[in-house]
Ligand binder design. Structure first.
Ligand SMILES: C[S@@+](CC[C@H](N)C(=O)[O-])C[C@H]1O[C@@H](n2cnc3c(N)ncnc32)[C@H](O)[C@@H]1O
Length: 260
């Protein structure tokens, strides 16, 4: 493979944040500005590509919806091939590259071919999507810890960790879980947690954001009613009661009292 313009073959993994283009880091923007090639995923804000120089090669490698499917192995090869051909490859990934993002696999592969590597962390959807809805993942007196899990493991079964997390008092945040909601509900119901609050947030931090809030018992009906789909974050625990729509009545009463 020939390298153009004596450039050093390099991979920078960049976290693009949860969806709102303003939620990328300054370091992430600097990397995009210095990219010869950008390989970008489905969940990134495409406006971010406008920060790249005109001549930068921009290649979509998203896996969304089963169409234009690119296997992970092919992404690995693209990273290495393009780095040797053009120089600096930026791998722009949704949220943080190392939270269910396969970022470390790409890093390993690139290193095995002698590429220079760098990492720019991103704001993960796991925390920021609930946060932007004013649902804190921890709050003094409400929840002192949180789990971040995927509902979908390599073998397609519900994660064993979810069985453990559901028994704890921690906030439970589930990624890639909307299509497994029935199993999640029956897991919590089996633990007698029918009344536990749950929120499902689709396209968090984006203009087309949607939220469904209910209890374990009723969430499936609310998801259908509001047509909530992937990509979505599921938040389970009492912190969901901090959402403004739940607190509104209490807050109004408090404001009146405080102003009296
Ligand atoms: C492959 S994981 C990647 C997670 C990413 N690395 C991160 O840190 O946010 C994709 C899943 O993240 C969640 N997700 C990512 N962005 C989201 C958003 N803006 N709103 C809701 N869920 C989101 C969804 O559960 C989606 O199926």
């Amino acid at each position: 493979m020939l390298l153009k313009k004596n450039k050093i073959p390099k991979l920078t993994l960049v976290g693009a944040g949860p969806g709102d283009p303003d939620l990328i880091t300054l370091k992430g923007i600097k990397a995009i500005k210095n990219a010869d090639v950008i390989l970008y995923d489905a969940l990134i804000a495409e406006e971010l590509l406008d920060f790249a120089p005109k001549q930068t090669l921009k290649i979509y490698v998203g896996k969304r919806g089963g169409t234009n499917y690119i296997a992970q192995e092919d992404i690995h090869k693209l990273i290495v091939d393009k780095a040797f051909e053009y120089g600096h490859v930026v791998r722009l990934k949704g949220g943080d590259p190392m939270v269910f993002g396969r970022g470390h696999e790409e890093l390993d592969y690139a290193k095995a071919f002698g590429l220079e590597t760098a990492i720019v962390p991103g704001i993960s959807s796991a925390i920021s999507v609930p946060e932007m809805q004013e649902i804190p993942v921890t709050k003094r007196g409400v929840s002192e810890s949180f789990w971040v899990l995927t509902a979908t493991t390599q073998d397609g079964r519900l994660s064993k960790d979810l069985h453990l997390a559901a028994q704890s008092k921690a906030t439970v945040i589930v990624l890639m879980g909307v299509h497994k909601i029935k199993q999640i509900v029956s897991l919590y119901a089996g633990l007698n947690k029918h009344n536990l609050p749950i929120a499902v947030i689709q396209n968090g931090t984006c203009k087309n954001e949607k939220i469904a809030i209910s209890t374990i018992e009723n969430i499936e009906a609310v998801i259908i009613e509001q047509n909530i789909q992937s990509p979505a974050i599921i938040v389970i625990g009492d912190v969901v009661l901090e959402h403004p729509s739940v607190l509104e009545k209490i807050t109004n009463e408090q404001v009146m009292k405080n102003l009296a």
